[in-house]
Design a protein around this ligand. Structure first.
Ligand SMILES: [Zn+2]
Length: 145
C-alpha cells in the first residue's frame, strides 16, 4: 500500500479535469509501467505520480512517523522510498520523464491554488526536464487565518 488512500479524491480529480481542459490527454494508472503512474501522457513521453506524503515519506508537515510501532513504520516507509527511487530510475531508463505531485501541494494547509499546480504541470509536460516535483507551499503553514 503506497498510494493515497481513497483514489479519485476531489483534489486529484480537479487536477485531472484541469489538465484535460488545457488539452492534455492521458491514460490512468498504467499497470505495465514501473510504479504504476497515476497519469501517463504518451504524447509528451511523461508520467505524473501523485504521492501520498505519509506513505512515500515526504519531508513535510503531513508526514510524521507514528509513535506506536515506530520501527515498523520507519522500515515500511524506507522500503517505499527505495521502491519509488527504483521506479523512477526504471521510468527514466525507458525514456519517460517523471513529475511527482505531492499530496501536500493539493490538500491540507500547505496546498497551492489549483491554477498554480496546473501551471507547474503544464510547464513540465511541455518542457524538457527529465524529472520534477511539486510540493506544498510551506510558507503557508505559518499564516494565521
Ligand atoms: Zn508532502
Amino acid at each position: 500500500m503506497s498510494r493515497i488512500r481513497g483514489r479519485d479524491t476531489r483534489p486529484e480529480m480537479l487536477i485531472r479535469a484541469g489538465l484535460h481542459a488545457r488539452g492534455f490527454r492521458f491514460r490512468l494508472q498504467v499497470r505495465e509501467l514501473p510504479g504504476r503512474p497515476d497519469l501517463v501522457f504518451p504524447k509528451w513521453r511523461a508520467v505524473l505520480l501523485v504521492h501520498g506524503c505519509f506513505w512515500h515519506g515526504h519531508n513535510c508537515h503531513l508526514f510524521r512517523l507514528p509513535a506506536a510501532r515506530h520501527d515498523f513504520w520507519a522500515s515500511k516507509i524506507t522500503a517505499n522510498r527505495a521502491r519509488d527511487a527504483r521506479s523512477c530510475r526504471a521510468l527514466t531508463d525507458q525514456g519517460w520523464r517523471t513529475l511527482t505531485l505531492w499530496e501536500c501541494a493539493i490538500r491540507g494547509r500547505s496546498r497551492r491554488p489549483d491554477q498554480e499546480v496546473l501551471d507547474a504541470c503544464e510547464t513540465f509536460l511541455t518542457g524538457t526536464a527529465l524529472a520534477a516535483e511539486i510540493s506544498g507551499d510551506s510558507s503557508r503553514l505559518g499564516e494565521i487565518s
